[in-house]
Structure formats: structure tokens, C-alpha cells
Design a protein around this ligand. Sequence first.
Ligand code: MN
Length: 448
Amino acid sequence: MPVTPAFDAKVHKARRDEVLRRMREMAPTGAVAVFPGMPVATRNSDVEHPYRADSDLFFLTGFEEPEAVAVLSTQGEKPFTLFVRPRDKEREIWNGRRAGVEGAVKSFGADQAFEVGKLDEELPKLIGAARTLFYRFGGDDPDFDSRLGRMLRSLRMRARAGIDAPTRIEDPGQIVHELRLRKEPLEIDTLRKAVELTRRGHVAAMKTGRPGTNEYELHAVLEREFRHGGGRGWGYYPIVAAGENATVLHYNDNRAPVREGELVLIDAGAEADLYTADVTRTWPASGKFSPSQRACYQLVLDAADACIAATRPGETIEGLHDKAVRILTEGMVKLGLLRGDVDALIKDNAFRRYYMHRTSHWLGLDVHDVGNYRTPDGQPRPLEPGMVFTIEPGLYIASDDDQAPPELRGIGIRIEDDILVTAQGHDNLTRDIPRTVADVEAATSYRP
Ligand SMILES: [Mn+2]
């Protein structure tokens, strides 16, 4: 476990200062914000899942140890309090070094720090001093919700002794998630690192894959590249789907054989300093698309390219999705998958038989990153420079779809890129991962 932050502590301080500024704006009479860490997850028996810090907490502090709680307060001389696990010689021999209370102050810039065992004693004092509490109830840790609820209850019980409890509770996501949505240059650089590791993984998988290999070999190749270049591994569990497995959207058994004539769909992204890429590529196991596969692939690529080309400040994710749906629906008619008037097929959602998911989501510390998709008055949100999101149209034809032409059954295709909105338009961060028919065929080096 790192005892110093991945980024300069100043980076996190600037973010905290901005959060505090906005807290003052929303709650001029005083506010405190509480950000608990992600609980440790048991895998089985006494084996834990590898620990990965909560994204909000990491964004604001750079602190990655379990059991941490960060508190920001607009009142008093100590705006940033960090609760951490204590130094413990015995435990550190078994489980790795800890920053401890001293390191929380020295390396992570806390104005004060307490051992996490003091939480029930110290946190109510901090909360009770403010009229507004920023806390995201219903987050990833229900136990912390009830713990905080008990603290509020005991503060209210002591009203007669002149103790106050906050009277207003706000979701800190309104502030922190808006900041996370617009990426700083450092975050974009980090995403580019994740993208480069992801590129190496996808290219290595394309080179390795051929009839007679297995999905697990391709999965292993991905993980090797994601780690080998200094990344943390994957940012979400990879989907490696050969043949009709590609028509199962969240397939992740990753242990079926790759057969002659099949397409291989890989949806996998590396994580660098907790930022993840999210990339899907689909390619022919035999090194060459069949005519039907090529027609389907080119259709999905056309939809992706049109959406990417249209990306600029002011455009909306909703608008891009509509664009993808129109192109895909027109293509479905041409391919003989659907019959009828394109406008009517869109209106009736007929296209959903073959394209059942949305085209985009925000991307950053989380693969489905935070940030509202609508404006406060419910309109699709205009894109702004610094936002990063995916464009991922697809076409999925179930193997038992008796409405589809037989040669198209069992074809699953998705092409997913990570797009940065710039002042001039856009930057496709993942453009160097082979995506045209010619580039994909060239990258899959196997020739029968
Ligand atoms: Mn995605």
C-alpha cells in the first residue's frame, strides 16, 4: 500500500480548496462534508479482493488505505481532517506499511488526523459544529450510512445540553462529481497512460488470437500488458467473447475456444493511477472478415465515426445516441434484419432487438464515471471541453434469432473509443488501437 500519494499532494489540496469554496457558497452558515473509504470486500473465507480506494476519497486526498474517512469543514482553522488506520508494527509486517496519523499530516496534507478508532468520538464533534452536512447517503457502504445516522441521532438527543446537529443534508456529489466530470490536464495525461497500456493489450490479443486458441489465453495477454507497463491491472473485469458469446453483453466467463470463422469481441481497459480506459475491439479470428461480418462491422464503424465526428462543445450525448441509432437502424434494414420505414422502426424501438444499450457514458476514475447526464431542468447536457466519455455503438444478432438472415446469426460487434471533448471539437484518445477493417485485419497477424 503506498504511504505517499500517487500525485503531488498539492493536486488534491487544490481540489479540496475548490470543494470548500463551493460548500461555503451552498451553505454560508457553515458546512462539513464526510467522505468514507470503500469497505474491504471478502472474496472467500479469509481472502480479500485487492483493495481499491473510493474514487471520491482518492480524488480529494490521494489516500488509498482501507478504513480512511476524510472530513472537510468550512469552519475553524482545520479544514481537512483525515481518519486513518494507526501505525502498527505487527500488522505492517503482515499487510504492508501504513501512513498512520503522522503520515496523513506530513505526506497527505491533513490539517489534523486521528486514528480511525476515534471516529465515533471525534466525528460527531466535527459534524455538530455545522448546520449543513454534505454526505452521500446510499453510497457504497450501508454500514457507514447507519453509523453516521447513529451519530446524528445522538447529537439530536443532546439538544437540551446545547449540542447542535446539522439541519440540512446535501449530496456532496453535486460538488465533487461536477469537478470530476471536467478533467484537469493531469487527469487527461493519466487517462492517456491507461489508454496506451490498453492499446498494448488489445494489439497483443489481436496478434495472439487465432482458431485453436482460447478466450483465457487472450485474457491473460491483456492482463500481462495492463500490468507490465506499470498499470494497476484492469479498471473493470475484461470481456473476452468469441463467436456468439459476443452477443451476450456482459459475458465474462472468458474460457471458451476460439474457432475458425468467428469474430472475437474484447471489451477491456487498463487502469493507471486509478483512472481507467474503456475500449472494445472486434476482429476476425482467422485474420479476415467474411463478407457478412465485414458488412456488419463497417456499419458499426460508420455509426462510431459519425458520432465521433459530431463531438464538439455544445453537442449532447443524447444527440450522439440518436445519430448512432439512426445509422444502425438504416443499416439493419439494408442487412435484412429489420423491414419497414426507418423513422417508424426508431420510434417503435425496433432497433433494440439488435442494439439494446446506450452509446455513451462518462469515463474517468470510474469506468461509468460520475456526473449528471441532464441539466438541472432535465435537458440533455451540452458537452464541454475536458469531459471524457465513450462512444460505443454495437450490433448483436442472437444465434437463435430466426428473423435474421442465417449468415448473420451469432454475430456480435462493438467498437468503443474514449473521446475527450476539446475547445475545437474532440480528441479520440484511443484512435491508435486498430479499428478500421484494413487496420484490424493487418493487426491480426494470423493467416490461415
Ligand atoms: Mn463502456
